[in-house]
Design a protein around this ligand. Structure first.
Ligand code: SF4
Ligand code: FE
Length: 503
């Protein structure tokens, strides 16, 4: 059955018998686990948004002709890329956390063009296979978790040089039916609550790494898979009952380590098998898509700005000019992230496969902003919240027959504001800057889709200093060979070509 609503999605996750470990125990039904459920709810929200705002959160499948989630859509124009960003901001606003679906979306789009390129060069059949897989995903309207980040072992060594060959996921054997893979993927966003996983290499590979050049799709419940659930700051608060101390009781993110122990993938789901030369192209394309997907954080920023403004109001200081100024500062930072991400999408261009890819330079600038600006937005939110954000008593004290009334009296803010409401806003700020959703808002902003240095490398690679030096020297009247100068100015890379094409 095609999954349409959040409720249907949640039901589709039941009784799958996944091999999940959390707190030293195997979890039989993750859907009902109080610590895991908020991450399930966050994905469910994406299905519900598709119901209430189909223009934003769905598209028509070119493979089935039916309406599907935009997260499964292959972008065929710049508007498709832009709409992805708008949907991401909206879902960030609605959930206040990582809604976990963009990795699969960006993996599908990057694989669409890379498999096309491999087939064209090597006469392979990966692109056709991928299209069949996408059709299957569209028919069920499934969730795909992208699995890219290997555990990596000694970071100075290539995959084949590692003492333990399993530090990167690799093919252990090939049969007539398919391949077997072993290894582990670290901090996989939204894996247990997905239907399928798309395994991809994590970095540039050489000939000796041939067995590490593997891309394949497998169901989340494939035999040989194990999931070790990642802890988040303050995660056990969701197991205490009550709804106040968690800050955001409904939504959360999810990361787990995924262990592959000789897991079988039939050939029809294998989209790269040893073509190591294409690993870096896939990583570059995927990270370009995914780095501008981080406009998701502006939706979370909207929530945090709203929380900061609310606490100022509850404290009776909303009219103070420095408060207004700080809210303006938060908004300026938030919109700076959005501006670069959405511009990257608007400046998208067509690949040979027909799929559109976003502008790589602006995508990297966007993600680089994301490694810093949410921290500053979070800092200002804590500034406006005051020390109570970190010293508030628990919900149980608030409801205590003896001291509850004292707390209501002494934690009161402006007249007419319920003490409990003031505590709820403070807890939300705590949740997003220190608690569970600080994983999504801060640390994931730092390291997700590549740590800051990874973006600096791409920006450095694309910054075209020679071209810029020529521009400066020409205006400064420094004479050089005029033909050479002309040539370099015309050789402005794709980034500048796109800047001027769209001017
Ligand atoms: Fe999507 Fe953002 Fe979560 Fe990545 S961090 S999966 S881009 S919501
Ligand atoms: Fe992420």
């Amino acid at each position: 059955m095609k999954i349409a609503t959040g409720k249907q999605y949640i039901e589709s996750l039941r009784n799958r018998g996944l091999n999940i470990y959390l707190f030293g125990e195997q979890i039989t039904e993750p859907v009902d686990h109080p610590m895991i459920r908020p991450s399930v709810n966050a994905i469910a929200e994406s299905y519900d948004l598709a119901q209430t705002d189909p223009e934003l959160a769905t598209a028509i499948s070119e493979f089935t002709g039916k309406r599907i989630s935009r997260f499964l859509h292959i972008c065929k124009n710049a508007d498709d890329l832009v709409l992805q960003n708008k949907m991401q901001r909206k879902l960030g606003q609605l959930t206040g956390t990582c809604f976990q679906r963009c990795v699969g979306m960006d993996a599908l789009n990057s694989l669409y063009s890379v498999t096309f390129d491999i087939d064209e060069d090597r006469n392979t059949r990966y692109h056709e296979r991928l299209k069949s897989f996408i059709t299957e995903m569209h028919e069920g309207n499934f969730i795909i978790g992208g699995a890219m980040t290997d555990v990596k072992g000694d970071r100075s060594l290539a995959p084949h040089q590692q003492v333990d060959p399993d530090m990167f996921v690799h093919i252990t054997s090939r049969t007539e039916e398919g391949i077997y893979i072993t290894g582990a993927k670290a901090h996989q966003t939204g894996c247990i609550n997905s239907h399928w996983l798309l395994v991809m290499p994590t970095m540039r590979l050489s000939e000796n790494d041939r067995d590490y050049a593997v891309v394949g799709a497998l169901p989340v419940d494939a035999p040989g898979l194990a999931y070790i659930y990642g802890r988040q700051s303050c995660d056990t608060r969701s197991m205490e009952g009550g709804s106040l101390d968690v800050g955001n009781s409904k939504f959360g993110g999810q990361e787990a380590m995924v262990i592959f122990d000789n897991v079988f993938i039939p050939w029809r789901y294998v989209f790269m098998n040893g073509e190591f030369e294409y690993a870096s192209r896939l990583v570059d394309q995927f990270t370009a898509y995914h780095r501008r997907s981080y406009v998701c954080k502006t939706g979370l920023g909207d929530v945090l700005i709203g929380a900061a403004a609310s606490i100022a109001e509850m404290n009776g200081i909303e009219r103070a000019s420095h408060i207004k100024d700080k809210l303006v500062q938060m908004t300026h930072l938030n919109e700076t992230i959005y501006g670069t991400g959405i511009a990257s999408s608007y400046q998208g261009y067509e690949t040979k496969s027909g799929a559109y890819i976003c502008d790589e330079m602006l995508a990297n600038v966007c993600k680089h902003h994301v490694t810093k600006m949410p921290y500053e937005i979070g800092r200002i939110a804590q500034d406006l919240a005051g020390g109570l954000v970190a010293t508030l008593p628990s919900e149980k004290e608030l409801n205590h027959p003896e001291i509850g009334s004292l707390l209501k009296k002494y934690l009161a803010g402006k007249e007419g504001v319920r003490t409990e409401d003031r505590m709820r806003i403070l807890r939300l700020i705590e949740n997003m800057t220190l608690g569970r959703n600080a994983v999504g808002y801060l640390t994931e902003s730092m390291h997700g889709a590549g740590s800051p240095q990874a973006q600096r490398i791409v920006i450095g690679r694309m910054m075209q200093l020679e071209y810029k030096k020529r521009l400066a020297k020409s205006l400064a009247g420094i004479t050089e060979d005029p033909e050479d100068q002309e040539k370099i100015i015309h050789e402005a890379t794709s980034y500048f070509k796109r800047v001027f094409e769209h001017a």
